[in-house]
Design a protein. Structure first.
Length: 291
């Protein structure tokens, strides 16, 4: 494709990530932010967050409820909370809009604003520049990284959770809806770490097992000094190769770090692992990126 030789894409192949500043306008970012406020205003708190702990057995049911809620979120818009924001009765200790960690995983399919962004002409054009033949959208998430409590995300590779054969077919689009800085928890990457496969997979367990997913393999101890921070301004886009190692730190600032992110798979000649937690459903087969 014509884009093969652009310096940008050379950089992406080299590093496993690419920063594109000012990809979206401030207005587009604000539209996503106000839409998410609307979604939160109408949110019903999921019942599994409301359970009162008493016995071990109930705790297990609670955990099971949480994991079912997560496992069946692929074709829905669901709410995930930071730790410590609910009391034992499931009441919020802080305002609910400040307690949410993320909303996923089908905003791109069911919300008009996020659908429009995901399939925007500039995203489609970028897909074509990257030489994607049959890209499909597998999941999306709105991430809040709340001030003071937005937890760290330990070093990982996205393909651990979104496994394909062959590897190298999954690509993350990460959009900063506010400036992401070292203080409020921007992303950090190990450049070039996308070329040696994956060390760990999260797989579904057999029905009836006490946990719904388990990890196979282990995450190596990465050398902190290899990570470089990627601060990015509001409206910027970071392209993330499915196997590049990245992380983010705790948000210790008083500013949130909202981001909208979605993952695309090149479906041409690719099989999506049946063991992935996320599976396409009859209600929502993975939609084509190109419209």
């Amino acid at each position: 494709s014509g884009g093969e030789h652009s310096p940008h894409l050379f950089q992406f192949r080299e590093d496993g990530f690419l920063v594109l500043e000012d990809f979206f306008t401030a207005e587009e970012c604000d539209r996503m932010r106000s839409q998410i406020q609307r979604i939160i205003a109408e949110m019903e708190v999921p019942p599994h967050c409301r359970t009162e702990f008493s016995t071990k057995e109930e705790e297990q049911l609670q955990a099971q409820g949480s994991s079912d809620y997560f496992l069946t979120s692929g074709d829905k818009i669901r709410f995930f909370f930071e730790k410590g924001v609910l009391d034992e009765r499931g009441n919020f200790l802080i305002p609910k809009e400040k307690s949410i960690s993320k909303i996923g995983h089908a905003l791109h399919a069911y919300d008009p604003v996020f659908k429009q962004v995901t399939h925007s002409s500039k995203v489609q054009e970028l897909g074509r520049k990257l030489g994607l033949e049959r890209p499909v959208v597998v999941q999306s998430m709105y991430i809040f990284k709340q001030p003071g409590i937005g937890g760290e995300v330990t070093p990982h590779q996205d393909a651990t959770f979104l496994h394909t054969e062959p590897l190298g077919r999954v690509l993350g689009f990460w959009i900063a809806l506010e400036d992401a800085t070292q203080e409020n928890g921007c992303l950090w990457f190990i450049p070039g770490s996308h070329t040696s496969g994956i060390t760990r997979r999260m797989v579904r367990t057999a029905p009836g097992t006490s946990t719904c997913v388990e990890f196979v393999g282990s995450e190596p101890a990465y050398d902190d000094s290899q990570f470089i921070p990627l601060p990015i301004r509001k409206g910027g886009l970071i392209l993330i190769h499915g196997e590049v190692v990245h992380k983010s730190e705790l948000n210790s600032s008083q500013f949130s770090r909202h981001a909208f992110t979605f993952h695309v798979m090149e479906a041409e000649g690719t099989s999506w692992s049946k063991e992935n937690w996320l599976q396409p459903t009859p209600e929502l087969p993975f939609p084509s990126l190109y419209t």
